[in-house]
Design a protein around this ligand. Structure first.
Ligand code: LLP
Length: 385
């Protein structure tokens, strides 16, 4: 046993696989619930896109969180897991008719609508069913959260949401349509955000927008501020729980909530990132001309974040206590971007050593692919060993 990993039991299953420390997940969920409970009206809808493993979803559902879904498939999985449809929100710029119909049939809490054409389609499909769909408008707040270019979402140039200047006309349009009911505003400024001043800027923008709407006698019942709280990918062995206290306090301090108004959050990464590790085996150690390579049996097909975003994940050799050496840790895929880390200090590696790629619980298993005809990695929970 090295750190918190049951490595002897790991020998019984095929690598690569995801290992989920469910004790840490439960402790994280408890921290969220405790901090949230200090602020009446705050409610969390877990962003399912971060990790949709059914057994992980079940634990999150049992903790009482709602679900933020971005596809019919996610809604279906959440309903099958036991999430109450009254706690499911449906976001996304490109909802298909089939997905909208599915969500209408299950009477989900709310559609986060990203354009007026989408609003009109939801209205028409709801009319065919004799239903009224609850809608919130996703507003693009044009805030630069200074994260990786591929994961910013709240800038005017991004495809997401309705521009601020179009917010009022959209709400007025909704009031004319018979089969949609306007219930709130939705925002999301990006992901892996650690500087709270970005969330403060969002609060100030929302305060302005609310005042603008109230001047025209438009009231907003629900405000959804999306997710985005980041995690420490360089954490030492003792895995930290993200600072939810500071995060919720920022909203409590700067967002001017009206009496009875509800504030919804859609945290994904901060709920599940730290509990997950991708476990792999060293296949070969190869001496290159300028480099030493640790070639492992996991690749970018199992965890694409380093290849796609240059993301840093801490790597550990679980099988070795020998002095550290420098390695490029690479996978077997036929792409030169299939690299987990360059010049990384690892305890000396040998064939068969178990490797843990840490903080991989969010946007790991869900983004795996079958490129090169590889099987998808399995996800195991702590209790499986
Ligand atoms: N709400 C909306 C509308 C979103 O677009 C997202 C994430 C979330 C909530 C959850 O954000 P979180 O709390 O996880 O930051 N694959 C990328 C991250 C993409 C995030 C997309 N949207 C990565 O691996 O870093």
């Amino acid at each position: 046993m090295k750190g918190t990993f049951p490595i002897r039991q790991f020998e019984k299953v095929d690598t690569p696989f995801y290992y989920y420390d469910t004790n840490l997940l439960k402790a994280t969920l408890k921290a969220i619930q405790e901090e949230e409970a200090k602020h009446p009206g705050f409610a969390e809808h877990y962003a399912v896109k971060a990790n949709a493993n059914p057994r992980i979803l079940k634990i999150i559902c049992e903790a009482g969180l709602g679900a933020d879904c971005v596809s019919g498939g996610e809604i279906k999985r959440c309903i099958e897991t036991g999430f109450s449809p009254s706690k499911i929100v449906f976001a996304g710029v490109g909802k298909s008719d089939r997905e909208i119909n599915y969500a209408l049939d299950h009477n989900i809490f709310c559609f986060n609508v990203e354009s007026v054409p989408e609003l009109e389609v939801i209205n028409a499909l709801a009319a065919q069913k004799g239903k009224t769909a609850k809608v919130a408008f996703r507003i693009n707040p044009d805030i630069d959260a200074h994260t990786h270019a591929n994961i910013t979402t709240g800038l005017a140039e991004n495809k997401f949401g309705i521009a601020m200047r179009d917010m009022e006309p959209a709400i007025i349009e909704a009031s004319k349509l018979k089969n949609v009911h306007f219930v709130g505003l939705h925002f999301h400024i990006g992901s892996q955000i650690l500087d709270m001043s970005n969330f403060k800027a969002l609060c100030e923008r929302i305060n302005d927008l609310q005042r603008q709407l109230e001047a025209h006698h438009i009231q907003v019942q629900n405000i959804n501020v999306g997710g985005g709280l980041g995690v420490d990918y360089c954490h030492p062995n003792q895995t930290p729980i993200p600072d939810f206290k500071n995060y919720f306090n920022t909203y409590a301090q700067y967002l001017e909530l009206r009496p009875g108004q509800k504030l919804h959050f859609e945290l994904g990464r901060s709920v599940v990132a730290q509990m997950g590790s991708l476990i792999a085996k060293v296949l070969y150690v190869k001496q290159g001309v300028a480099k030493q390579f640790a070639i492992i049996d996991a690749g970018m097909t199992d965890l694409i974040r380093p290849a796609l975003y240059d993301a840093y994940h801490k790597i550990e050799n679980l099988s070795s206590d020998l002095p550290e050496e420098k390695y490029d840790v690479v996978g077997p895929i036929c792409e030169s971007s299939d690299v987990f880390a360059k010049d990384f200090q690892l305890n000396k590696c040998s064939r068969g050593d178990l490797i843990a790629i840490r903080s991989a619980g969010a946007y790991g298993e869900v983004m795996a692919s079958q490129y090169n005809c590889r099987p998808l990695p399995k996800g195991y929970l702590k209790e499986d060993f």
